[in-house]
Write a protein that binds this ligand. Sequence first.
Ligand SMILES: Cc1cc2nc3c(=O)[nH]c(=O)nc-3n(C[C@H](O)[C@H](O)[C@H](O)COP(=O)(O)O)c2cc1C
Length: 337
Amino acid sequence: MSIDLGTTYMGLDLKHPIVASPSPLSATVDGIMRLEDAGAAAVVMLSLFEEQVQHQTDTMERIMGSGEDGFAESLSHFPEHDDYQLAPDSYLETLHLASERTGIPVIASINGVTNRGWIDIAKMMQQAGASGIELNVYYIPAQIALSGRAVEDLYLDVIKAVKGAVSIPVALKMSPYFSSVGNMAQQFDAAGADALVLFNRFYRPDFDLEHFQVIPNVNLSTAAEIRLPLLWLSLLYGHIKASMAASHGVHSATEVVKCLLAGADVAMTTSALLQHGVEHLTTLVDGLQQWMQQKGYNSVRQMRGIMSQRLASDPSAFERANYIKMLETYKSNPVAT
Ligand SMILES: Cc1cc2nc3c(=O)[nH]c(=O)nc-3n(C[C@H](O)[C@H](O)[C@H](O)COP(=O)(O)O)c2cc1C
């Protein structure tokens, strides 16, 4: 039986649904080419940060002096320009060369929280050959007076500004912490997002009790974390036009299959590649193919969304019933996970 692994993600035709998400592995031309050689269907580059762009613009002093909000302060905490690997010019150069030298889509990534002058960089990414742009609005609303509505508007303003600046597809890496995740997904969809990446993984700092310092170390994900994307993929499938990417917790072919059954168009992975090496991509693709063979599926499109809740008449009641069932199971078998 011949198996069609093809999928469409943010309007891009991909040979299979496994994509490398932004990480140091996708920071250089060589790195991106290695990911292609190892079998990635597309690569999202390491993010260019709004703060890096601001460092390079003449408007920096004006922004620093305006005292409008906490952004100026975030600039002052940002690593010095020389310390940082990908300044805007070298980012665009890397993007340009990687797009020329690879046969897979290379998606640029911007990490920003305002809709200021850095939006122009999106146009330059398009000119440099990006197949699409992924927006990572990494925003922790630490000013507790800020309302939920204001935070939501911040996301919407950024997506609208970037969509207005480019004609290539734009994806938004979403936060899972909105009070109504589904409604926000709908609003991003209506604002023109071509894809939603579920979800951004916010890094939680730890405390060093010896030196009274905050430890900003990166902790890699585990496969168990796939459950949050699974929940929202299955609830959103069939309700939004935008493509959906599962991100965080994709460690083996099992998670890839689960994401697709829930309704994802692609599964993105970083931690597993950092742990096992980029060759792990082949294990994921082979594992997906084997599972499809065993279960008699001959295309990814055929299996996509079959375990979603598209046809559930009351998804909230369904989720609540599952929750109650889970608690019951725990009472009768407390060690089960
Ligand atoms: C070392 C490291 C660097 C990362 N850099 C970025 C980045 O620049 N932009 C971004 O959107 N995500 C970045 N991420 C997040 C990953 O793209 C991914 O969303 C996250 O690790 C969850 O996926 P995973 O469970 O497959 O690791 C980074 C992750 C790690 C571990």
